[in-house]
Design a protein around this ligand. Structure first.
Ligand code: CA
Length: 228
């Protein structure tokens, strides 16, 4: 468990000192304790040591890039990650890779926008049922443990990114009901999410890949998806 002092700690991984200082200034003003890292390796160290509530992660870094940093974060933590991207092409990679990014902001951005996104992501996290010990079965082969935030396939845990888990959990709570992409976006990503339907499709693809063919997740043509 994190200590009280660390509860509002944020790690900002950004090699451009001007942007890093600007973020530092605004995020501190918003009440966060900001820990800066100018390389990916240093960022990972800070994440391990301080267990922050969120990571703001630039993609272009001098040592390992943000994609790799995120991949390594996900091997050890489900801390929310907000990506900073400089190029449009990177957005497809963020959505397409199984990185478990929680959101992204394209440069140039206003520091206020970052603060708003950070707060929105943390609010979403708080809305999750914390003391909920419900385990939802999906058929005979899968179960979703909402408290542990864990999906198992024949009792073996499957590593999912934050949003992948949220998506399968929402589908599991609504088994047998066809949900539109917009309904899924609103429920899982929140009404303030800027992405489009493609986001849902990409995550569904990842779920099918990770959870396997036995997952009874059907595409409902013209609507969206249905579990069970
Ligand atoms: Ca950079």
């Amino acid at each position: 468990m994190s200590t009280v002092a660390e509860e509002r700690a944020l790690v900002v991984v950004e090699d451009d000192p001007h942007i890093a200082d600007l973020l530092d200034l605004y995020l501190r003003e918003a009440g966060f304790r900001v820990l800066q890292a100018s390389t990916g390796e240093r960022g990972l160290e800070l994440i391990d040591t301080h267990r922050p509530v969120m990571v703001v992660l630039d993609i272009g870094l001098p040592d390992i890039d943000g994609f790799e940093v995120c991949r390594r974060i996900r091997t050890r933590s489900s801390v929310p990650v907000l990506f900073l991207t400089a190029r449009d092409g990177e957005i497809d990679r963020i959505l397409g890779l199984e990185l478990g990014a929680d959101d992204y902001v394209t440069k140039p951005f206003s520091p206020r926008e970052i603060v708003a996104r950070v707060k929105a992501i943390l609010r979403r996290g708080q809305a999750e049922p914390k003391a909920d010990d419900t385990v939802i079965a999906i058929g005979d082969d899968y179960s979703v443990d909402l408290a542990r935030r864990e999906v198992t396939h024949r009792s073996t845990p499957v590593a999912l990114a934050t949003r992948e888990f949220d998506l399968v959990a929402h589908l599991a709570r609504n088994q047998g009901i066809a949900l539109s992409r917009q309904q899924l976006l609103d429920a899982v990503w929140g009404a303030d999410w800027m992405g489009d339907d493609r986001t849902v499709d990409v995550h569904v693809r990842q779920l099918r890949k990770k959870l396997g063919d036995e997952l009874p997740l059907a595409t409902v043509w013209g609507i969206g998806y249905r579990l069970g």
